[in-house]
Design a protein around this ligand. Structure first.
Ligand SMILES: N[C@@H](CCC(=O)N[C@@H](CS)C(=O)NCC(=O)O)C(=O)O
Length: 216
């Protein structure tokens, strides 16, 4: 199996956490999305040019982080089961995963864009996005009132989606103000699979800052 990804992409981090949780072997193929040559080469493999992308042992291409995770969860019986067996919990896992991608990760993208990249900062839009994320953090805090991980006692696909978002959100939001979420976030940072992903992220950030790697 080959994983095309970028270490600083949240959707890539989501898949990496899952691969490490499953103890699944893969060849890492880093795509520098800001490098036209790397991008062109990747678009020849997968024209939409989005990471993450999994190439299976039989050569099939699987895009979309949640679908990749469902695939590896089904393929590998090792490690953590990421889509629970029980239908009701599996449905909740898929729901939380969708909510995190749509109402947290994608909003964070726009917020980062508005705050960092955009020259004309639209303060009203920034406030609106921050309010949306704060409401979502409150929602998560309530969900975690009686649950160890987001969907129950075991770590699932939904947690793989959530960790990278919290990792980014901690720079913009006071996570410690949400008691249950704060407890969850500390717990997440002790998880081996996530620690492995964070190590790679920190290394790449240093390389970008020192100019040894292009700005993604
Ligand atoms: N829904 C997709 C989102 C993938 C995505 O948006 N990837 C971003 C990086 S995090 C990307 O490849 N952007 C490059 C582009 O859009 O050209 C997933 O879950 O995998």
């Amino acid at each position: 199996m080959e994983l095309f990804y970028h270490p600083l992409s949240r959707y890539s981090q989501k898949v990496l956490i899952a691969l490490y949780e499953k103890q699944a072997n893969f060849y890492p193929r880093i795509i520098e999305l800001s490098d036209p040559f790397s991008r062109k080469e990747f678009c020849q493999v997968y024209p939409p040019g989005k990471v993450p992308l999994l190439k299976t042992r039989s050569g099939d291409l699987i895009p979309e982080s949640s679908i990749i995770i469902e695939y590896i969860d089904h393929e590998f019986s090792t490690g953590t089961r990421l889509l629970p067996r029980e239908h009701k919990i599996a449905l909740d896992t898929r729901l939380q995963d969708r909510l995190i991608d749509n109402d947290f990760s994608n909003i964070l993208f726009e917020l980062e864009h508005q705050k960092i990249e955009s020259k004309e900062k639209n303060q009203i839009r920034i406030k609106h996005l921050e309010n949306n994320i704060t409401r979502f953090l409150q929602y998560l805090n309530t969900q975690l009132e009686d649950k160890h991980w987001l969907c129950g006692d075991s770590l699932t696909l939904a947690d793989c989606a959530l960790f990278p978002c919290l990792y980014c959100a901690q720079d913009h939001f006071k996570l410690f103000e949400f008691d249950n979420l704060d407890r969850y976030w500390h717990q997440a940072q002790l998880r081996g699979a996530f620690q492995q992903v964070k190590e790679e992220v920190e290394l790449v950030k240093i390389e970008v800052l020192s100019g040894r790697r292009p700005i993604p």
